[in-house]
Design a protein around this ligand. Sequence first.
Ligand code: UD1
Length: 420
Amino acid sequence: MSVQRRLIIRGGRRIEGELAVQGAKNSALPLLAAALLCKGQTELHNCPDLSDCGAACRILTSLGCSCRREGRVVCINSSAVSGSEVSERLMREMRSSIIFMGALLGRMGQCRLSFPGGCEIGSRPIDFHLDAFGKMGAKIREEHGCIECTAAKLRGAKISFPIPSVGATENVMLAAVLAEGTTEIHNAAREPEICDLAGYLTRCGARISGAGTGTVIIEGVKELNGCSYTVMPDRIAAATYLCCGAITRGEILLTRADIASLGLVVPVLEQTGCSIYGFGGDSIYLNARKTLRAPQQIRTAPYPGFPTDAQPPLMALCATLPGTTIFVETIFENRYRHVSELIRLGAKINTEGRVAVVEGVDRLTGAELEACDLRGGAAMVTAALFAEGVTKIGKTCYIERGYENIEASLKSVGADIRTG
Ligand code: UD1
């Protein structure tokens, strides 16, 4: 990861053309962890080449798996898992490393890891994960920043989350597929990535029903085999590139994309005046060559609500549309870190707690910015495409955690963007 590299963007160029969307980071990471449960070879296709995926592969290797990447295919062989401890250094590389907890418990009956790293978008507790593992019979010890879980025999349990958590739902699924008996997850997260994980595990021999609904039921099986599986398209990268198209009043065709997984992003972009439709099952077309207007209110919510991850790039777009948009961020308490940077470009945004009021302006001007987190960084890139003159964005390592070669992608559709 290079902290020094900057993205240099000269705004004002219309985004026009065709762009293939990467595989979903938020699906690839749990799938890589899930491969640990399979006594055999997994071939993961369309696996995005991102620093977080590299970190997940390093964790797998440190646990005794073999893991190699050829282009967008990652091959994992988990026949000989020898470790159950993830080092603090590897845990710090990404927040999602917590997902290895369920997989290690399922495969090894024990795990030891430190509290996870990742983006600073809120406190991001893991109490739902730990409570659920406890219900499944794991003994949990927390000391000196480390969590140790042991379960001589993991057994199915009835788990009900206070609010739907994506990571906790995935972690329990991973622990439950090889547990004894049946696990019921109530108030489960319904995100498309949950369905992708269930799809992979089912192909490996797991018995899961209800993924994508609020109740997921997993019947434990004795063993899982590896398989060949294709990671779903990244709905947040797709939403970001659609915002890039819209902010430059451009026209973009996203291929290898799934409009159905975008949920409320589509009607919100339609409210702004963009034409957007999916066709052929794997393409999304957006046309913003018209007068756009600000949507009135955006409230982030668990799927199928408006995704919190798409809030920052959408805010960048709204900052340039006539009218006022009120954002209410209901998922993470610290997810407006990009606001101060957008203001440096000339945006008019006021925040108070979980509410941000965005008054559209007709002009932004380039400035020197610093990415603060992954999606906040994407918001800065989006805004920079509209801003007059040059915007330089530092700390691009945050952006690289979630966007595969964002520079080449945007350049291919007409942006004036380079690194330096
Ligand atoms: C995942 C996504 C992230 C996305 C988020 C919400 C991955 C790798 N990351 O994060 O990009 O922004 O879903 O869609 O898939 N909570 C608790 N206790 C817990 C767990 C969660 O209180 O034990 C709370 C969180 O603080 C948050 C809410 O539940 O307010 C939802 O978080 P969660 O769905 O768990 O997010 P992640 O899985 O971390």
